[in-house]
Design a protein around this ligand. Structure first.
Ligand SMILES: [Zn+2]
Length: 375
């Protein structure tokens, strides 16, 4: 992965935002956030987050140290200064003294310390940014880094690749506990350039926007090179029917099986829009003999979960002339998928202090977007 940093572009952005009263620190934060957000190998739409520690004037015209951190609902690829709400840094850091802090209380304290009370909610990973001392902190869910860390022996793989360059943080759900743990890992070796969060993503940091950004690109590039060297495995193909039905024949069957009846009994249905994609990599994947094993391994990052759910629906190859059998198989597969989704939700919801709301149980993207650590 190449650094897209351009001194000219960065200075142009600083000059442009200066006309709107935006300071240099925040303008450069916007600039590299967009560079990161414009690369889908680093974050998908809405994923990841960035921050800068700077000084602003509060509504009483007094200077105050703040953390400007990505707000909920903003996409890094098109972020504006308003998408990085300023929160009083001292208040955030004071929270570290707490033994525990529920997500709801964390959000309440963060909102109470916004400089602009009308600003969006700061990211759920705000405290992780606040507890680190660096001026610029960048966070992505790099596919290559996750390819390295979504393994039982991820710690050894990371140590082998990064040495002491990056700290290693065990998997913890985003929130207060993760923020505290990440700060502890950093403080145990303050020379690190970033942190790898197992099964989650990567943070890099620096004294300047460019340093934090280019440390991200360098760390991701190392992971990409390592994966490229080892990617000799190929999927062993299954024996396919002589011909397969066309997307136009298959789509109505899939849409019908996944349609959701209006719970109010109006007789109306919510239906999915289908998008048919096919290329070499996709065909290799779906035609592998072990699809049912690796297809159920779960997605690489929460970014994917909120768009695709954790597992795909797997249906047999549709043979022309035998579509009635295919239809039955699809309906059975969807019934099983829905039952397993209800069970999955109930299992995890039982462990939550504050009950969560279940999304629609169908495969594919959800009607109602949840927020993972996209913040
Ligand atoms: Zn994250």
């Amino acid at each position: 992965m190449q650094s897209q940093w351009s001194e000219g572009d960065a200075e142009r952005m600083v000059a442009c935002y200066a006309q709107q009263g935006v300071g240099r620190d925040l303008s450069l934060r916007v600039y590299t956030s967009r560079l990161l957000g414009g690369e889908p190998k680093l974050v998908l739409h809405g994923g990841g987050n960035t921050s800068v520690k700077t000084i602003v004037r509060d509504p009483l015209d007094e200077e105050v140290k703040v953390l400007c951190v990505k707000g909920s609902g903003w996409d890094m690829g098109a972020i504006e200064p308003a998408g990085l709400p300023a929160v009083r840094l001292a208040a955030l850091r004071k929270l570290r003294e707490r033994g525990a802090l529920a997500d709801e209380e964390m959000v309440r304290v963060q909102r109470a310390n916004l400089i602009d009370p009308g600003a969006p909610n700061p990211s759920v990973e705000t405290l992780l940014h606040a507890f680190l001392p660096h001026k610029y902190v960048d966070h992505t869910h790099s596919t290559a880094v996750l390819g390295l860390t979504d393994h039982p022996d991820a710690a050894e793989r990371c140590a082998d690749l990064y040495g002491r360059r990056l700290g290693l943080v065990p998997y913890i759900m985003p929130g207060f506990r993760l923020a505290k743990k990440a700060a502890e890992v950093f403080e145990s070796d303050p020379d690190v350039e970033g942190l790898v969060l197992l099964k989650h993503g990567i943070f890099t940091f620096g004294g300047t926007a460019r340093e934090a950004y280019e440390r991200m690109i360098a760390a991701v590039s190392l992971a990409e090179e390592r994966i490229a060297r080892r990617s000799t495995a190929v999927f062993v193909p299954v024996r396919l029917p002589a011909a397969v039905a066309t997307p136009a024949e298959v789509a109505p069957i899939l849409r019908g099986a996944c349609a959701i009846a209006d719970p109010r009994g109006s007789g109306a249905f919510k239906r999915f829009v289908l998008d048919f994609r096919s290329n070499h990599a996709i065909l290799d994947y779906v035609n592998g003999t072990e699809l049912r094993r690796y297809g159920q391994a779960g997605v690489a990052t929460p970014d994917h979960t909120i768009r695709t759910k954790n597992y795909p629906l797997i249906v047999p190859a549709p043979e022309p002339g035998k579509l009635d059998g295919f239809k039955t198989a699809v309906r059975d597969a969807v019934d099983t998928f829905v039952a397993e989704y209800h069970a999955y939700f109930a299992r995890h919801n039982a462990r939550q202090e504050v009950p969560k709301r279940e999304l629609d149980p169908m495969p594919g993207s959800s009607w109602c977007r949840a927020s993972a650590c996209s913040g």
